[in-house]
Design a protein around this ligand. Structure first.
Ligand code: C5P
Length: 234
């Protein structure tokens, strides 16, 4: 399959149409942004890590009954995915308090939550991706009640599968963000699962193994991306 027209260029990836309208090709970049684009930089090798790791995670989830957009890895940076209609929501799951949750509720980072929690943000850069609740989603017609229920159930199932998977490789899954899409009337996972979109802490030392090292200028960014790919490919 060949790339045709550039359909979309985001902060971390490009999406191309292909000769077959059912499929797109995603190309992962090394560009990194944080704080809604205010902070910009490059993380060398990030595109390769995010592409390869996401594909491994999608294959694992598929084996466990979760439908994803993954079709075929073309090379280190490019993957064929199903052409979906993205639901314009960022779906965030948290197992442990960190980031904006800690800030908003005044809870210390690292506090284990009594229950995993789900939040939705409206995907809209101009508005700064505001948090949105179930009623707002229905009021704005972003999803139907059935879709909303499926999205919530699916996201918690993905969380359980990822948590178990990462635990086995010595990593705590603190939180993550996914996006979902519609294809043939079904809701499927249509996003990367990578150190850009998840918080990963080493199980023994709590060392941060994700994009927070870039966001917070902690150094060792490339190294932890490489380490995460290394752990999932072992
Ligand atoms: O910043 P916050 O604590 O809300 O982030 C929660 C999780 O969602 C983190 O794992 C972060 O990497 C991810 N996230 C993302 N893209 C965004 C916002 C958050 O991948 N635009």
């Amino acid at each position: 399959m060949e790339k045709q027209t550039l359909l979309y260029e985001g902060k971390a990836k490009k999406v191309y149409t292909t000769e077959d309208e059912r499929y797109y090709i995603v190309s992962y970049k090394d560009d990194a942004t944080a704080f809604n684009g205010e902070k910009k930089g490059t993380i060398l090798g990030k595109g390769v890590v995010n592409n390869r790791m996401s594909n491994i995670m999608c294959r694992m989830l598929e084996e466990n009954g979760i439908q994803t957009h993954y079709v075929e890895e073309l090379n280190d940076r490019e993957t064929v995915v199903k052409a979906v209609e993205i639901v314009p929501l960022e779906v965030i799951v948290r197992n442990v308090a960190a980031g904006s949750f800690s800030k908003r509720f005044g809870v210390e980072e690292g506090t284990v939550l009594k229950n995993p929690t789900l939040e939705f943000c409206l995907k809209d850069d101009a508005l700064g991706d505001p948090m949105i609740n179930d009623y707002h989603i229905l009021a704005l017609g972003i999803a139907t009640p059935e879709e909303l229920q499926i999205m919530s159930e699916m996201t918690f199932k993905i969380n359980a599968l990822l948590k178990e998977y990462f635990d086995k490789i010595g990593v705590k899954l603190i939180d993550f963000k996914i996006e979902l899409g519609r294809v043939d009337g079904k809701i499927i996972l249509a996003d990367e699962i990578s150190p850009d979109t998840c918080r990963f802490w080493d199980k023994e030392t709590n060392k941060k193994l994700d994009k927070d090292r870039f966001r917070r200028d902690m150094g060792g960014v490339e190294e932890v991306y490489a380490e995460m790919l290394n752990r999932v490919t072992k």
